[in-house]
Design a protein around this ligand. Structure first.
Ligand code: TXA
Ligand code: MG
Length: 322
């Protein structure tokens, strides 16, 4: 059961646990977040595990200052203007990831963009002391409403996490507004704590609304997560020219062009942390097909299988959109 802690003692325990690769609940000005070191894949996998998320949605990355933000993403003049006006605060800006950034691919769900925000209050203090960016979705089980108090977090996720940093009720109470910069325009992806009018006043132009032609909500297209190579699931034997994505000690016949094992010991948390990088590496091998051995469907296995099913789905077929 999670300890609920407050004040300076709570703050330092939260930082300690985060530095040790744990997922910890903490207050932001919007809602409580379930946070982990955004550069540590296994720590981030613990977030998905605790929330019971059936799929790997990209997570918002929380930073303490513009230096940390600029190490992660590329800002243009518009996004810089928005950050100057609303950070720290309840605005998330989706930006292109910078080459050489340290964000783990599980956080961005393998996308080349990242949702960034600089929170206020205790969360800000934790990130500054940790000196590392934090990935944090709202601290609630998948499908439940966001928690705005430590007690609400405890009632939902208490048995699954080690610590809840209690900062009292969150002042904003709804999630951050999410915007994306598109060709010099700002698109509203999710309404939230900063009003559209306030954003329009800063950028001096009406917001674009609704989904763009580019894919915004990951998972909208079944084939969205696809590598260049075809993906073949549930493989029990290899065909010539295939690369192999294995799990555990599953034995398979044939000689792969390249091999990665998501977790030789069969640990689903480790497998989740390795999923995107292994897929990318096998894709880079030039194989026309990546064969994937069966992966258990329990726990994080559900999200891993969901992601792989999307990677294996027929390409460019709007009929498979969901
Ligand atoms: O106020 C908030 O935003 C809270 C606190 C904890 O910061 N966090 C939060 O996170 O609401 P979450 O995971 O519940 O919602 C994040 C949303 C998801 O809908 C996700 O799809 C979207 O942000 N998102 C994240 N990265 C994205 C990206 N690169 N492109 C498009 N959407 C993205
Ligand atoms: Mg949420």
């Amino acid at each position: 059961m999670a300890d609920i802690v407050k004040g300076e003692a709570g703050l330092s325990r939260a930082v300690e646990l985060l530095a040790a690769g744990e997922a910890v609940a903490l207050p932001t000005e919007t809602v409580y977040g379930l946070a982990a070191d955004a550069t540590d894949g296994e720590a981030v996998a613990k977030i998905f595990e605790a929330k019971g998320r059936p799929r790997f949605n990209p997570l918002i990355v929380h930073v303490a200052d513009m230096k940390m933000a600029a190490d992660i993403a590329i800002f243009d003049s518009l996004s810089r203007k928005l950050a100057a006006a609303f950070w720290p605060g309840p605005l998330t800006i989706v930006l292109p990831l910078r080459i050489g950034h340290k964000i783990h691919p599980l956080v961005s769900a393998g996308l080349d963009t990242v949702g960034l925000r600089m929170p206020d209050g205790l969360a800000h203090e934790v990130i500054a002391r940790l000196d590392r960016p934090l990935a944090a979705p709202s601290a609630n089980s998948s499908g439940r409403i966001s928690a705005t108090s430590a007690a609400a977090v405890a009632a939902d996720l208490g048995p699954k996490i080690p610590l809840i940093l209690d900062g009292g009720p969150t002042p904003v109470g709804v999630e951050s507004t999410i915007v994306k910069i598109e060709d010099g325009m700002v698109r509203l992806l999710r309404p939230g704590g900063v009003s559209a009018e306030d954003i329009e006043a800063v950028v001096n132009t009406p917001l674009l609304r609704g989904p763009s032609e580019k894919i915004e909500a990951p998972g909208m297209l079944a084939s969205h997560y696809a590598p260049a190579a075809a993906v073949r699931l549930g493989a029990t034997a290899l065909m010539p020219g295939e690369a192999l994505l294995a799990f555990g000690s599953f034995a398979i016949s044939g000689s792969p062009l390249a091999t990665r094992n998501l977790s030789p010991s069969g640990d689903l948390r480790e497998a989740a942390a390795n999923l995107f990088s292994h897929l990318a590496e096998l894709d880079a091998s030039g194989a026309s097909t990546i064969a994937v051995t069966p992966i258990p469907k329990h726990g994080l296995g559900e999200a891993i299988n969901d992601r792989l099913a999307r990677a294996a789905a027929p390409r460019d077929n709007p009929a498979t959109a969901k």
